[in-house]
Write a protein that binds this ligand. Structure first.
Ligand code: SF4
Length: 332
């Protein structure tokens, strides 16, 4: 790509961002690296709207600094993360806070030594918080770059090279944010704006600034396809056992719910008549069918949690659903 074409594309991108970019997002209106770090971790597997409305402000209110987070117990952190899923993120966040309570490192290499911080998150922090001249590649940016440069089956290392080549060194932070928004709003996985015809209504901000220079504009889906997920089915049986105002819970010792509280497993054939209800739940690659029963007794190594402590306990959204199903019993 010639220098003049590159400069033209960079300028068009920034002009588009100036008008249509999501500049109102709270983590874009701060240079506090801790707040940006929290947002980046929350946004890894969760929609922007949900993070912004239900978790981000509440989390920062409870743990306003890295130091405050480092002084909290893991249970308290899980409590604030409750329902957000992928609890390993919260555990890594807490662990990183303990390891760097006086301040997060300021370079790519040191940041990546902290738990849960990979190349993307380290680059995002260097760019968005420290305003350094570094490129950033997330899934949205990857899609734009692969299509813009017309690269099929693009490898990750090549994407980082393209991002580096394309980086606007005069305004690296705005450039990265603009590319991210372009991928999230315009260069969509299935319906990028260049495939919309005149009869289709084009949402606000959908005119792509790269329409004239993008190599993939004639056949964008050829350059970046969304991989279809392979799911595994599982059936789970949980028991609700309440004694003297306390509910039997177990601490998960492995997997993504490690250290979270869950209901005790229960053998179905002993308790079929005690079925309270069933529901389906999807999490990561699992499609779960969950059955919940009343149980008169459970194994001995359970934790007896006072019912009033349930709302702030570190429990997953699946356990929350099971408890919701058992609402009448819990309020007896
Ligand atoms: S022209 Fe189409 S494929 Fe190219 S960046 Fe824009 S929306 Fe994506």
């Amino acid at each position: 790509m010639s220098k003049s074409k590159l400069l033209d594309a960079q300028k068009k991108l920034l002009d588009w961002y100036e008008v249509h970019g999501r500049k109102e997002l709270p983590w874009r209106n701060t240079e506090d690296v801790y707040s940006i770090y929290v947002s980046e971790i929350m946004l890894q597997q969760t929609q922007v709207k949900r993070v912004m409305e239900e978790y981000y402000p509440q989390f920062l209110l409870k743990f306003p600094s890295l130091l405050a987070l480092s002084q909290a117990s893991l249970e308290e952190v899980f409590g604030m993360w409750s329902g957000l899923g992928y609890y390993r993120r919260a555990k890594n966040l807490h662990q990183s806070a303990i390891l760097s309570r006086d301040g997060l490192p300021k370079d790519l290499e040191s940041l990546q030594k902290l738990p849960g911080i990979g190349k993307y998150t380290a680059s995002a922090l260097c760019s968005f918080a420290y305003n350094q001249k570094v490129s950033v590649v997330d899934t949205n940016i990857a899609r734009v770059l692969a299509r813009y440069f017309g690269v099929e089956n693009v490898k990750e290392t090549h994407l980082w090279e393209l991002a580096e080549l394309f980086l606007n060194s005069s305004a690296p932070k705005a450039h990265n944010l603009a590319l991210m928004d372009l991928g999230a709003m315009v260069c969509l996985p299935k319906n990028p704006s260049c495939t919309l015809n005149d009869s289709q209504e084009m949402p606000l901000g959908c005119q792509c600034p790269f329409i004239e220079s993008c190599k993939g504009a004639n056949n964008p889906l050829k350059y970046y396809k969304t991989k279809s997920k392979v799911y595994e089915n599982k059936t789970l049986h949980f028991g609700i056992c309440i004694q003297d105002g306390k509910i039997a819970m177990k601490t998960s010792t492995e997997g993504m719910y490690k250290d979270m509280l869950k209901l005790p497993d229960i053998e179905k054939y002993h308790h079929e008549t005690n079925l309270i209800g069933s529901f389906k739940h999807s999490v990561t690659r699992y499609r779960l069918e969950v059955h919940v029963y009343t149980a008169d007794s459970v194994e001995e190594d359970v934790l007896w949690l006072p019912l009033e402590m349930l709302p702030n306990a570190p429990i997953s959204s699946m356990t929350q659903k099971a408890l919701k199903l058992s609402k009448a019993i819990l309020h007896d």
